[in-house]
Design a protein around this ligand. Sequence first.
Ligand code: AMP
Length: 289
Amino acid sequence: MHSFLANPMRHFTTVSGIQNYLREQKLNHNSIGLVPTMGALHEGHSSLVKASLSENDITVTSIFINPVQFDNVEDFKRYPQTLESDLIELQKLGNTVVFIPSQQEMYPEKTILRLEFGSLQQEMEGKFREGHFNGVGIVVGKLFNIIKPDKAYFGQKDLQQYAVINQLVKDFSFDVKLRCMPILREDDGLAFSSRNQRLDAKGRTEAIILYKSLELAKDLIVEKVSIEEIIVKVQNLFGQSTVDLEYFEIVDPVSLMPIQSYNTQTNIALCIAGRVGKIRLIDNMIISK
Ligand code: AMP
């Protein structure tokens, strides 16, 4: 147990350790909620943990920076690691069980299986992060098999990831109910992200353009401005900024396919990704008509 915790909370670093513990919990008919994270916890993660605590007898929060989902070695190496404060934060939230496996524990052998999510990975993140959703699918599939949760909690912040995991559950018949939780934002609208920790003061100020673009697009949709014009207006906004726009797409929130006209859509997802220097941020907004 970690000595810096006043009341060390239950945590496991091995698959067999957590499985033995959970086997007993299941025999006692305790329901299990899983919150997969890569650590560097923020209020967005906390909201997922709180939801799980309120809906399950046992909440397992996993902290694992999954190397297989990173297409960029630098991004993986620089991913923030704040285990000590993460555990303190989790303890404040309540009685959660923490699973902190090593890379060796999760990947004792190199994975041979490769997952491909067809049209769900064709656009947006899939275009910019080679192999990313294969890595996400592999690690989430492993976690579902290890923990066997009744419910698993994910954030709308990673909308495409949620769509991919939903497909994974359907295609592999995982016996788990998925919950997609709303995006939590800082006071000025910037979505909480572990990567925000890497922004310097100037970058932090500039990063707000992602949220501003979503707000602008939302207003233009209300004014019935055409899709093409909205895209140009968002691109123009980035023209005056040092943040590089990677993509801004207006898509169907389920199929994730770009929409040509929003007149026939009931729900529309605005999705954006940009680079503030070397730091890549994503955000989205779903608009219901
Ligand atoms: P990560 O640690 O970045 O892999 O995120 C773990 C989970 O937290 C994912 O399901 C994310 O979608 C979710 N998450 C990340 N940021 C936020 C946020 N700002 N609000 C709500 N959920 C979030």
